[in-house]
Design a binder for this molecule. Structure first.
Ligand SMILES: NC(=O)c1ccc[n+]([C@@H]2O[C@H](COP(=O)([O-])OP(=O)(O)OC[C@H]3O[C@@H](n4cnc5c(N)ncnc54)[C@H](OP(=O)(O)O)[C@@H]3O)[C@@H](O)[C@H]2O)c1
Length: 330
């Protein structure tokens, strides 16, 4: 059979077109990202003498962020729930950066007890924290209650960062000048605020809308916390990394994971997804900027209206303080 007659058959012909088209598309997407992403290499910020804490540092965006912070001389505390996966990431980052200033801390962000014991350890290790990256997150879970009576997705994506950041406020302020970076998502636009969701109740949620809602709460929290921290030298902002091919879909049904994989040629890789997060961590022009939401193009963007409502934000703050027992602390 001649090559021409082989390529004329629908199956082989389609296969041949895909073989040419997919790498070309991939190349085009990579060039587009190269042109449009923030110029990380052009940023000269040096982090020698600074301490950074990155949650969910063992994979995806968190690992890429940790590696860059370590490369710039920071002491990086990798806050991971699995010692084994955390140690794997630490070894990898150490080999890539030759940094001997990496430390592994164990924390399950969905558990308030785990966060409290992590903070006790962390404050002994490092009384001053210059950078806190609230990166850990989950998606794809149906409503699931944690042993502490919280919804798993809301606990991990919103209550965990809320509690951790509040417990570390003293250490952040002691640093003199510090940044908190909340890793959010453009999906927040599809969420709505219902405080009952925090305890696994409340209004209806379509598939994965608990993820969208939890990120919306994070935006509300970012705005409210920024107001409370005014004049302390600590800033807090949130950012969308864009669509990044990582393990974030690992708890979703196989069809979603398959589609995510299929479309991954259009998505950023972890290093590219880390760039907007690193922009908030490193860019000198963001000194003093607080309470903002940044798009994946590193542009200040208005978060959804619900996240900007000061009454909603105050009520949510009070409810979360009660749920986390922060009001019972001396
Ligand atoms: N990928 C995207 O397209 C995308 C888009 C918008 C926003 N984001 C956000 O980016 C952040 C990083 O996600 P990723 O894309 O890099 O996905 P990933 O590779 O799955 O990373 C998520 C990290 O969070 C950790 N984590 C999950 N639950 C935790 C818990 N209870 N306690 C402590 N750590 C926990 C995971 O640890 P394990 O390995 O132990 O599970 C993992 O290290 C998330 O906040 C996500 O919502 C991602």
């Amino acid at each position: 059979m001649s090559l021409w007659s082989l390529l004329s058959s629908p199956v082989w012909g389609l296969g041949f077109v895909l073989l040419i088209l997919v790498p070309l598309l991939r190349l085009g997407v990579q060039i587009w990202y190269k042109i449009h992403l923030w110029d990380l290499q052009g940023c000269s910020t040096d982090l020698t003498g600074k301490t950074a804490v990155v949650t969910g540092a063992n994979s995806g965006i968190g690992k890429a962020v940790s590696q860059e912070l370590a490369r710039r001389g920071a002491r990086v505390i990798l806050a991971c729930r699995s010692r084994e996966r955390g140690q794997g990431a630490l070894t990898e980052i150490q080999a890539a950066t030759r940094s001997n200033r990496l430390l592994l801390g164990g924390v399950d962000l969905s558990s308030m007890a785990s966060i409290r014991s992590f903070v006790q350890w962390l404050l002994r290790e490092s009384p001053e924290i210059h950078l806190l990256v609230n990166n850990a997150g989950v998606s794809g879970f149906p409503r699931t209650r944690t042993p502490e009576g919280l919804d798993l997705t809301f606990a991990t994506n919103y209550i965990g960062p809320f509690l951790l950041t509040n417990l570390l406020q003293g250490a952040l302020q002691r640093a003199g000048s510090a940044r908190v970076v909340n890793v959010s998502s453009f999906r927040q636009a599809h969420g709505y605020i219902d405080e009952e969701h925090l305890i696994g109740a409340g209004g209806p949620l379509t598939f994965n809308q608990n993820y969208d809602c939890s990120k919306l709460l994070l935006a509300s929290f970012t705005g409210r916390l920024a107001q409370r921290l005014q004049g302390t030298g600590v800033t807090v902002n949130s950012v969308s990394p864009g669509v990044v091919y990582t393990g974030i879909m690992k708890n979703s049904p196989w069809l979603y994971r398959f589609l995510f994989w299929l479309l991954s040629i259009f998505f950023k890789n972890s290093k590219q997804g880390a760039i907007p997060v690193l922009y908030l961590c490193l860019a000198k022009e963001l000194d003093g900027i607080s309470g903002k939401y940044f798009s994946s193009s590193c542009v200040i963007t208005l978060p959804p209206k619900a996240a900007r409502d000061p009454h909603v934000a105050q009520s949510l703050w009070n409810t979360t303080v009660r749920l986390t027992n922060l009001d019972k602390m001396d």
